[in-house]
Write a protein that binds this ligand. Structure first.
Ligand SMILES: NC(=O)c1ccc[n+]([C@@H]2O[C@H](COP(=O)([O-])OP(=O)(O)OC[C@H]3O[C@@H](n4cnc5c(N)ncnc54)[C@H](OP(=O)(O)O)[C@@H]3O)[C@@H](O)[C@H]2O)c1
Length: 242
């Protein structure tokens, strides 16, 4: 039986991905900060299929708790990090900026380095993260969010190269969705909004195919393609907001 660990499975995209693997009969280890949500998911699942662990990726004990979760599941073939926070911050309030860095950079690094070491020891594995298309360029309305997502993109590139240098059989997948209707977006109008269950279906397909980088969906692939072509002098003059 395949074993998957999902961090950030208590809501949104991670929750929907969890549902698909649960349906497929995978053995699952899930985590997040909200213990009540984790317990609810476990109670709704087949007895013995889902293991839970309360993990806050910004905390130093997150690695030990992750190891504990892997032990509970009895191993790990596939790891998915869906934990992340972000918000628009046009007033450049420093607190949410720093909190976003804590979670999306420090917490992210804490988790993916631990998983890299685990897979290196195991000789193989599949390490996947949900970053975002927001990492394509710096966004004036969400500086920390866009910059931290760019960090995640680069970090995955770096690990993929490092693993080849070390001749390891680790698969890396960087998932970059456009806007998805989840709690993360809060209020506001977002164009080309996608439903989390549909996005989860695309994610699982990409993971099945062991894709290295995937932008979800095709409309955002097109958008990102043109977005990248915009020169800096022009980008800085564009009032990008929703
Ligand atoms: N929604 C979008 O438009 C969109 C677009 C592109 C990319 N993404 C990315 O997709 C990922 C999932 O977000 P979502 O849209 O599904 O939002 P969400 O519903 O708010 O889910 C975020 C998940 O992250 C977990 N989390 C947050 N902080 C954490 C921490 N310190 N430690 C452990 N877990 C933590 C949350 O669980 P707890 O609260 O239980 O800890 C929750 O399960 C994020 O990385 C986000 O940046 C979202």
């Amino acid at each position: 039986m395949k074993k998957i660990i999902i961090i950030g499975a208590t809501s949104g995209i991670g929750y929907e991905v969890m549902k698909i693997y649960r349906q497929r009969g995978y053995r699952l280890g899930i985590a997040g900060r909200r213990l009540a949500e984790l317990e609810k998911i476990q109670a709704e699942s087949m007895p013995g299929q889902v293991e839970i662990q309360q993990i806050d990726i910004t905390q130093a004990d997150a690695v030990d708790r992750l190891k504990q979760l892997i032990d509970q599941v009895g191993g790990m073939d596939l790891f998915l990090l869906s934990s992340g926070i972000g918000q628009q911050n046009r007033t450049l309030d420093p607190l949410p900026e720093l909190q976003t860095v804590e979670t999306n950079v420090a917490g992210f690094t804490r988790m993916v380095t631990a998983v890299y070491h685990y897979f290196r020891k195991q000789g193989k594995g599949h390490l996947a993260v949900i970053s975002s298309i927001a990492g394509t360029k710096g966004l004036g309305v969400a500086p920390a969010y866009s910059a931290t997502k760019r960090f995640q993109n680069s970090y995955m590139d770096a690990l993929a190269q490092l693993s080849r240098m070390e001749r390891l059989s680790i698969t890396f997948t960087d998932i970059r969705p456009g806007f998805v209707r989840t709690a993360l977006l809060k209020s506001g109008h977002y164009p080309m909004l996608m439903q989390p269950d549909k996005v989860a279906g695309r994610i699982v397909k990409a993971l099945d195919r062991k894709r290295r980088v995937v932008v979800i969906d095709w409309r955002y692939r097109l958008l990102v393609f043109f977005w990248r072509l915009i020169p800096r002098w022009l980008w800085e003059r564009l009032p990008v907001h929703n």
